[in-house]
Ligand binder design. Structure first.
Ligand code: BG6
Length: 466
């Protein structure tokens, strides 16, 4: 293999506050929408209950207790040789309701300590400002992101974290998987026109908030590098029927390019009009919004990649999917126990397509396999399926880099087992580190390295050569 990865390539892992910190009501933290989500399974969807249901289990409340155990976890990441850790700040730990003027000092202190701990091991923090966890109060009082007022609250929150963590954090992402809001629309249920209207307006407000955050972040520290974060799913036409080919192009536009184009080019693309007209969407966009979008374009494009999907206009006999999308089964691919397609070539396709379009540094900030793990009697965990998954995706990155793509980071998802965002399960495990915590909330929380832990350590040590 050629020496593909740059010497300063950011190998690492990724986690999110709501899925690992726990301590949901500790040290002044307010509840977020993730705390209102009950546990689900692959077949039973999670519910959002604004009032806590005494008969339900809320897995994010305790999660893996990273809040109290982060030193132990970071030491393990350092042992693997991580160059970077992607994590998120919980908005409601900084502003418990989301609309206060004065931040919660204990929340700020927690993240300052955490970032310093990472720096101690020369691990570069890559910080997501919003990862699916709007403060619950903002949903109850203002109705969430379809209300323009949230832009102002987010600006204030972003300004606070950029100011407080100046010098400690250089790489930032604004909204995690911002495209999810429209990607799944109409796929899982019959969406009405008002659903489209609300979703596109919600997204517009997040675009403006993201552009403001980019501007604020650059103004506070010109060293800051700030990216968008897109849920990257490579889709293919299921047949050579030209209608499928066109449908697939439209899928890319709606699900992938719409957000990337606004955040990288600073304006709505031509096809946006078609997308809006299809559902009679009339957006409230001010002149100032348009200026802000132009001035707040991102420095880098980052994305998650787990799978590909098949698009067809024909009847689908066997639908599969996950992560906000669904489509026909691809007979050339293997699927995980949760129905996610294993498709490393799709990652190469995505990297090359996106780099060509945006010509700015790329980061793969999530990639991984959610699988059942078995703990052997001696405590070892042999997850060769996970090693196979990573090996093939890293080889795909290698090819894309050799073809000219400027890829600067790879942070695997759920480098330590954590609560699944989609199902709320623990048994859907992604980690190199096993956490003894189960779907019913029991477990000792003990951390144990899996075989993949030592394998990834070798990958990092050899900078991807081995
Ligand atoms: C992405 C999210 O959608 O995929 C993560 O950014 C999430 O938060 C990950 O955990 C994997 O999805 P899931 O549903 O298996 O947790």
């Amino acid at each position: 293999m050629k020496k593909t990865f740059k010497p300063n390539f950011l190998w690492g892992g990724a986690i999110a506050a709501n899925q690992c910190e726990g301590a949901w009501n500790v040290d002044g933290r307010g509840a977020s929408v993730a705390d209102a989500m009950t546990a689900g399974t692959k077949d039973i969807p999670r519910r959002i209950t604004l009032e806590l249901d005494p008969d339900a289990y809320y897995p994010n409340h305790e999660a893996i207790d990273f809040y109290h155990r982060y030193k132990e976890d970071i030491a393990l990441f350092a042992e693997m040789g991580f160059k970077s850790l992607r994590l998120s700040i919980s908005w409601s730990r900084i502003y418990p309701n989301g609309d206060e003027l004065v931040p919660n000092e204990k929340g700020l202190q927690f993240y300052e300590d955490l970032f310093k701990e990472l720096r101690k091991y020369n691990i570069e923090p890559l910080v997501t400002i919003w990862h699916f966890d709007t403060p619950l109060y903002l949903i109850e009082k203002y109705g969430g992101w379809s209300n323009r007022k949230l832009i102002k609250f987010f600006d204030h929150y972003a300004r606070t974290v950029f100011t407080e963590f100046k010098g400690l954090v250089k790489y930032w992402l604004t909204f995690n998987e911002i495209n999810n809001t429209i990607m799944g629309l109409g796929l899982f249920y019959e969406a009405k026109e008002e659903d489209y209207q609300r979703a596109y307006q919600h997204l517009h407000h997040q675009f403006v908030a993201s552009a403001h955050a980019v501007k604020i972040g650059h103004e506070i520290d010109s060293e800051n590098k700030i990216g968008c974060m897109i849920c990257g799913i490579t889709s293919y036409p299921a047949t050579c029927d030209p209608k499928d080919v066109l449908a697939n192009r439209y899928q890319w536009e709606k699900s992938i390019f719409y957000c990337g184009d606004v955040q990288c080019f600073g304006k709505y693309p031509t096809y946006a009009k078609r997308l809006w007209d299809e559902h009679n969407v009339k957006l409230d966009i001010t002149e100032q919004d348009l200026i802000d979008l132009k001035e707040g374009t991102v420095d880098m494009y980052t994305f998650s990649y787990y799978m590909s999907s098949l698009i067809t206009t024909h009847e689908i006999a066997d639908a599969v999917g996950g992560n906000f999308t669904t489509g026909a089964r691809n007979e050339y691919l293997q699927y995980s126990d949760w129905g996610w397609a294993f498709d490393p070539d799709g990652l190469q396709y995505y990297l090359e397509m996106i780099y060509d379009r945006y010509q700015r540094p790329l980061m793969v900030v999530e990639n991984g396999l959610g699988a059942f793990d078995t703990v052997e009697e001696d405590g070892t965990i042999h997850d060769d399926y996970r090693i196979d998954y990573y090996r093939d995706h890293i080889l795909a990155m290698d090819k894309a880099i050799n073809n000219g793509v400027d890829l600067i980071a790879y942070t695997t998802w759920g480098c330590i087992d954590l609560v699944s965002a989609g199902t709320g399960e623990m048994r859907k495990r992604y980690g190199f580190i096993y956490v003894d915590k189960h779907d019913d909330g029991t477990g000792t929380m003990k951390r144990s390295p899996k075989d993949s832990f030592y394998w990834y350590q070798k990958v990092i040590q050899s900078n991807g050569q081995d």
